[in-house]
Write a protein that binds this ligand. Structure first.
Ligand SMILES: Cc1cc2nc3c(=O)[nH]c(=O)nc-3n(C[C@H](O)[C@H](O)[C@H](O)COP(=O)(O)OP(=O)(O)OC[C@H]3O[C@@H](n4cnc5c(N)ncnc54)[C@H](O)[C@@H]3O)c2cc1C
Length: 414
């Protein structure tokens, strides 16, 4: 599918859906655009099965800083053995881009500065570069047949139970495009008890879901199915029994779009309730109060440890908080729920501590939302790759955009 950079993902999916097709790596925020999601290497809840945007981009049209237009297909230009990407320009002046020397963490998704790997494809440098290297005008994307899926909302008593059940579901799943799986899980998301406590009663009522006991959280699993979903439900039941989850899940069967929308609306109720709390504090008390949240990812086998780290760090700093996110990828969003500017300041300190702990686990503090101009996230990027890594990125920027025309101040200071 060839799409303009300014096409909203919701429109893209609607057009594809009419032909029974689907673009998999869509974030939960479907107001984002094709160009923006490629520029941030965005990823959706279904990263577990489908990976992030990078895997789905076949070609890009990019306007470079000198005004030339680059039509770049995957496989056209790869790095030389001595670490250079050579880009011949129509103007006749070739550009030599040095491949950064840092090693990217081995995690399911990453939106942390420039992609770098020996022998890398030039197209991967632009994907995730947050608009700093060129302006994407259109993209050729790979698409798949629109999957049929069932959605299950499962009550879990604790973090440990959530992690255990997610591990069981992952084990039953196939890794795309692998062999037939017992259970074709594409996404599992987790909302902890603190997140659910922030969601108003009317959101639960609209979703027609009873509020769980105070210590319980929810897992929201998306499972792709061939037929009616009967076999998948049996497999799901087996996993629930093995993990001692005794409450029946709330299930939207394939084709029950309203049922699925009801469960997704409950999930969206979590970030929007936190945002509403922040807006209320801003309006009542302090204008400067802002969202203070992490976008952390760890290898799945360190997930339970990472959840303990989020909790113990926030609690040590005396902060109110909530945790939710894409648990099947080890990618969680630990959020401060700030009541004052002081909470925001202490929250930033806590998030930097958390980020360092996550890196020590082989993870990364910048999984899917990108870095942008946030001083906090730019510090995390520096902690991840060191001063040398940032200098390697600047060398890439200087090669492609010597006058710093594009997205100045994004990723690192000009
Ligand atoms: C409520 C909410 C939920 C979210 N959930 C997820 C999620 O589940 N997964 C996820 O990955 N992300 C998520 N995000 C983040 C968001 O989806 C991504 O950052 C997304 O890629 C932003 O796209 P946008 O089109 O809004 O881009 P913008 O925010 O407008 O831009 C993002 C960056 O891309 C650059 N850019 C934009 N267009 C172009 C272009 N044409 N060429 C070159 N550079 C360009 C900009 O310079 C900027 O640096 C969420 C965001 C919100 C608000």
């Amino acid at each position: 599918m060839r799409a303009g950079a300014g096409v909203p993902l919701a429109d893209l999916q609607r057009v594809l859906g009419a032909d029974g097709l689907f673009y998999p790596p869509v974030p939960t925020y479907d107001g984002a655009f094709v160009g923006g999601t490629i520029a941030t290497n965005a990823a959706g809840p279904a990263t577990f099965k489908y990976g992030s945007a990078r895997r789905w981009v076949e070609a890009l049209t990019i306007v470079l800083a000198d005004g030339s237009i680059l039509e770049l297909h995957r496989g056209d230009i790869t790095a030389s053995p001595d670490g250079w990407l050579d880009l011949p320009l129509a103007s006749g002046t070739p550009v030599r881009i040095p491949v950064p020397a840092y090693v990217m963490p081995d995690v399911a998704k990453l939106s942390a500065g420039y992609f770098a790997r020996p022998g890398m494809d030039l197209i991967d440098l632009f994907i995730g570069s947050e608009g700093t290297l060129g302006f994407i005008t259109d993209a050729t994307l790979r698409v798949v047949p629109l999957p049929r899926r069932l959605v299950a909302l499962i009550t879990v008593a604790s973090d440990a139970r959530a992690v255990r059940l997610t591990a069981a579901l992952r084990n039953k799943a196939e890794s795309y495009p692998g062999a037939t799986a017992a259970l074709d899980v594409s996404a599992v998301e987790y909302m902890d008890s603190r997140s659910l406590a922030l969601v108003p009663d009317e959101v639960f009522q609209r979703a027609n879901v009873p509020r769980p006991l105070p210590d319980a959280g929810f897992l929201l699993a998306q499972i792709e199915v061939d037929g009616s979903g009967g076999e998948s439900l049996e497999q799901l039941d087996e996993a629930l029994t093995a993990c001692a989850v005794d409450r029946d899940p709330d299930v939207a069967l394939p084709g029950d779009d309203r049922g699925a929308a009801r469960l997704f609306a409950l999930r969206e109720g979590v970030p929007s309730s936190v945002n509403a709390r922040i807006a209320a504090v801003k309006a009542r008390l302090q204008q400067d109060v802002e969202k203070t949240a992490g976008d952390m990812i760890v290898p799945f086998d360190r997930l339970e440890e990472s959840l303990s780290l989020y909790r113990s760090t926030f609690e040590r700093h005396g902060l109110e908080y909530a945790i939710w996110g894409h648990v099947s990828d080890g990618n969680m969003h630990p959020n401060v729920v700030p009541g004052s500017m002081d909470d925001v300041s202490r929250g930033r300190v806590a998030l930097l501590e958390i980020a360092r702990g996550i890196m020590a686990m082989g993870g990364a503090p910048l999984a899917e939302h990108g870095v942008g101009r946030s001083a906090l996230k730019q510090q995390m990027l520096r902690d991840l790759y060191g001063d040398r890594g940032i200098e390697d990125m600047r060398a890439v920027k200087r090669a492609l955009d010597p006058n710093w025309k594009f997205a100045s101040g994004v990723l690192f200071p000009p």
